[in-house]
Design a binder for this molecule. Sequence first.
Ligand code: NAP
Length: 321
Amino acid sequence: MQKPYIFITRALPESVVRLYRDQLNIEMWPEEQEPVPRKVLLEKSAQADGLLTMLTDSIDQELLEQTNSLGIVSNLAVGYDNIDITVAKEKQIAVTNTPDVLTDTTADLTFGLLMAAARRIVEASEFVKKGEWGPWSPLLLAGSDIHHKTIGIVGMGRIGEAVAKRAIGFDMNILYHNRSRNKETEEKLEATFTEFHELIEQSDFIVSMVPLTSETRHMFDRATFQRMKEGAIFINASRGAVVDEQALYEALVNKEIAGAGLDVFEKEPIEADHPLLQLNQVVCLPHIGSATRETRIKMMELCLDNLCRFFSDEKLLTPVK
Ligand code: NAP
């Protein structure tokens, strides 16, 4: 039998991919840094039986409707806001993602971002490297305490819970908000379910871990930032578009909130002259939540395992329902 033709939209390490070549006829876009051009992606997906995609690839209606034999899209991310799930379902194209394997890694980075923003770690490092370190002074680079403060997690799912576990180690008071209350989580993590606006008003640290959906797009808007405490620090490691960035910028410059830690942006890469990048009280990272070598390899293997299972009629490990 002919092996299914799989197009992988970015160069992945051959040491990982070669283990799957006896089951799958794999072609990879040869660049590691540069995304596959849209035209090539359209051509390849029109012929492919399976795609292994990155979050930078828009797997939209246009692409899905011009496919001929595509059976599965295996996305190298837990978020799948880059894929039109409705059209995929209509066309009976399976979609898989990479939950769980990246949970702890992303939670580590999220908590690191919180710590960096609270204790001004990046700003302080720049200060030393630029030779600005002069005499000791009592309030030099004084930040905010983390321990015993209140953390409000919006989106208490897999990663949200892992962030809460880290917060327990810092003796933090934990609030959370989801659409549905989760009693098991509350008992396990001593977390308190709170309505969105109450969480926003009561938290010292607000952490967004919600998926990007039509409901969550710009859920952190002008009115939301205005409700936050003056000393609040906002952390976003979910998706950029859950935040109205102009509203966040205004809240920061008007000192309505104290700082922010951002791993994700509405437009990635963010423009170098974006106003948010000019603010010392903002720590910015280039969407590296799950970026450790170990985790990225686990994510690749999970994507490839799902592809193999699909073509041998086995149960998918992590289907998007
Ligand atoms: P998850 O387990 O599905 O958790 C998502 C949580 O958000 C759920 O608890 C869900 O609870 C809640 N939620 C969904 N819609 C909501 C809404 N409208 N209002 C309030 N809460 C809502 O997903 P996860 O594995 O933790 O991943 C979360 C997100 O993190 C991903 O979707 C992805 O965008 C992002 N992420 C980013 C990185 C990075 O590199 N920065 C890495 C991994 C993941 P209910 O269903 O009860 O509302």
